[in-house]
Ligand binder design. Sequence first.
Ligand code: C5P
Length: 221
Amino acid sequence: TVGLQIAIDGPASAGKSTVAKLVAKQLHYTYCDTGAMYRALTLAAMQAKVDLHDEAAVLAILAKITISFKPGEPQQVFVNTQEVTQAIRQPDVTNNVSTIAALAGVRRQLVQHQQMIAKKGAIVMDGRDIGTAVLPQAAVKIFLVASVAERAQRRYAENIGKGINTPLAVLQEEIEVRDKKDSTRAISPLTQAKDAVLVDTTALSIEQVVARIIAITVEKQ
Ligand code: C5P
């Protein structure tokens, strides 16, 4: 069967990338983590010490870098030749990324890059605006949500494994702040596409969520 486009959107730490990767693996589709692109630019801008609200300065950084992915497990993320897979997950990048993601010029260019990647064939893409802006024609659109308490708990467990010790209450606050910024920005804010299927993962296992998305996809094939 021909490959479809699967768009997975939702708030921070809802498990989008975890399930997107597994769905892609099971269907032999390409996986594109669009959040990693915003994170990579944020890291590059922070390293260059530019004001993250200064669109011209941030765009000058974007013009100088190439963000790329190297397939594998885990998939690696590069800024030019610098491998940034871990660095872009650090709390300082996480807490700054929504500022960069609100800049119109940044979104225009990263969305173009994402649409080019999607042209190559069957793809699972996750982010905030995939179903609404990047791939509005996607055959499968999923809006993945979970309670903020559950999302904070999941992020906490994930962080402990990485040696990051941010307290649970702080994580919950950071998730709420990021969701608010992402949902209220002027350009393609986080919102459920009209034709997206809402999947609440609060009480579901990763396997159950993956099975649900595969079932929805098989129906469309
Ligand atoms: O998905 P992840 O948490 O890695 O995304 C990091 C940030 O990148 C989000 O909080 C949001 O500000 C931004 N983003 C976005 N549009 C996307 C993907 C991510 O604005 N499609």
